[in-house]
Design a protein around this ligand. Sequence first.
Ligand code: 0A1
Ligand code: ZN
Length: 871
Amino acid sequence: MRTETPAPIRLTDYRPPAFLVDEVHLDFDLKPEATRVKARLTLRRNGETGAPLRLDGERLKTLSVAVDGRALAAGEFTEEAHSLTIPGVPDAFVLETEVEINPAANKALEGLYMSGGRFCTQCEAEGFRTITWYPDRPDVLARFTVRMTADDSWPRLLSNGNLVETGRGTDGRRYAVWNDPFPKPCYLFALVAGELDELADSFVTASGRKVELKVFVDPGMSARAAYAMDALKRSMRWDEEAFGREYDLDLFMIVAVRDFNFGAMENKGLNIFNSSLLLADPETATDLDYERIESVVAHEYFHNWTGNRITCRDWFQLCLKEGLTVFRDQAFSADMRGEAVQRIKDVKALRARQFAEDQGPLAHPVRPSSYLKIDNFYTATIYEKGAEVIRMLKALIGAQAFRKGMDLYFERWDGHATTVEAFIACFAEVSGRDLSAFFAWYEQAGTPRVRLASRWTPETGELEITLTQRTPATPGQADKRALPVPVRLGLLDAEGRTLAFELDGEAADETLVVLEGEETRVTLTGVTSRPVVSALRGFSAPVELSSDARPGDRYVQLAGDADLFNRWEAGQEVARDLILARAGGAPDEVGEERFAEAMGRALNDQASEPAFKALLLALPTESDLAVASPPADPAAIHAARQALRLRLAVHLEDTLKRLHLGLQDGGEFSPDAASAGRRALRNAALEALAARPGAEVTALAEGHYRAASNMTDAMGGLNALMLLGGGAFTSALEDFRARWKDEPLVMDKWFALQARDPSPDALDKVAALTAHPDFDARVPNRLRALVATFASANPARFHAEDGSGYRFLADQILAVDRFNPMTAARLVEPLGSWRRYRPDLGARMKAELERIAAAPDLSRNVVELVSRALE
Ligand code: 0A1
Ligand code: ZN
């Protein structure tokens, strides 16, 4: 490999900061190509005397440095590529620096950059150091005052906290001064300047304070911010009710920007959002967009307490804010949209992303112990598994103790930067439990494999359940400990009805068994008929469960499990086994018919909601199936899944057509969960019918597309036409583009749909689309829509036998790494899993990783991921 692997940063190397900052005054003279930043820091020594002051900085043109008002000569400080060191400073002093930066040239979208002609910032994790010299670490909390000056092209001047003053300077340019009274780490600093429309509203907190709410968007777009505003108000109320947390400033602002590497950012009082997660109206946004907007608005808002008021001591503690905040946004979404459906969606995402991560070269614990580039650690493990760990904690100690522990955490750590240990200690304290074994969930990577065996004795009515566990080795962690695993379980009789039992003399319908150590055994009594065990209800732990259930048991669960998660899970497992059997050359035709029968009954069940049925009808994705069958053969999986889809289309034709016709929505569009659920089922029925091409279904899909009065249905129609292929699809695509060519967010959907097209010439088309006038790799949304969607959601074509899909992705990574390392690095994952594929494919994937590794001048971001994938 040409690029030397840089030395990692380790958790054990943590040392408290040598200097603290009490006050920061920033003065921005905003010009796209040459912004001047003056910084005045009030610093104070923290510990050991005599240490020099060392500040972080990158790509800064230093103009001056002064200590206590005295300008330093060149020899009095040392400037290196990433640091500025000043020896012999007093114990308390004021440092003034002035630098020049070039936001217009910043295509990495980190620090201060331009998006759509506006200035905006992204400082998490280490972007602040590209704005000014500073101790850029989360445990330095300071009060910020920000002044900015700009020409009239940038009329709105926004930063964190409260607006103190606005006006025009002697030169006639506008200025604004903002002050944030809450000490914060610099990663929460934000600045936005430009022409923006605002949608304004207000919220009265539980204690009666009025908070101004403002959402800023591109001129003319404020109507599209209405749903985000509504979601914000519901989030604010929910956090008061569920966690007793009130908002603290008098103003809360959100800004939407088009160019953004991630989803959104929780800057204090001034959240910045990727516009794809903020703007919505029925014509341009799908129900999935609405759902994600609701959850991300909540997520960023909830960070105000979990992340901002209480922040992380160092970046190893990232899950302290992210896992906890995902846990909170998932609970919010469950309250808004229904618990079971939300849980199924969350678990699907967890398995698709986090379980896959655990099986690959990048497997890492929820709290990692080393990294090269922290940007690479905004992972499903930190976020989603981090949330699962908290969910288990709540299950183990109970809802009441959990809430008490949270209260204690907020009380004890408000205004501080802290650790995961300190967080868990709060729950140990209030519950009186020893949580030291539980802590291993944070330190150990990998998905535990849990096995359940049961033995029922008809004569005594006893059911003995034995749970065992084993966690496979992950890179760098060969030996695994046993973890406490909460397993919620209940019993069903042969008809799928709940079967009551007794545990320790108490009657119960359901219980929580905690698997501790390698093996745990419990005996349920009073079990009067042969039971079907419904285990890991609600997916009570992030593990892979296998059991000695008989083949028919899953059908019993699919028909009637009182736990809807397990009812859905049973269907998925049957489908998975059938597809993998066929992919392995041993199709079970009888089983497939039986499954189609059972699916038909479930779809006709009047008692269950449409949203649930839509989830039931969706077969496991090709990626899920690949994870479940290493070494995976994507072509065989694709063909076998198609075969099962075809069988369902034939067998369920009448039911599917009836659903499609019956769920037609005549009235006003509403984004609420029940209406979205009906649309989801109707579109799922159409997709299922599209498994059997023919003139009739093509006409149905065309009619669906043309009659659509909202984007969910338009995309549903287009998706079915894409699966059917042919001229109808081509003309619908044309029609769609003609209609939406001036709407970037909608055009992202147009690109993404074509990237998912499984037809044989898809890669040629995708490659041709990179030269389309509407394609721009510098816009992360567009790049992800085309390239990331192709690599992650079109396995049949990405894994083309000749390696052309891999080559295409590697070329894109190399090109994007030149200007946006963070986004380039996020494209590496689909190649990184090469060990899980058929050896000949794996070898081709590996060869592309090696080609990337050999390229000159790679970013640290890409070096870290590629070299770990090749280790
Ligand atoms: N903290 C944000 C996610 C985020 C992380 C890094 C970013 O840029 C490098 C941007 C956003 C969240 O959890 O929403
Ligand atoms: Zn977050």
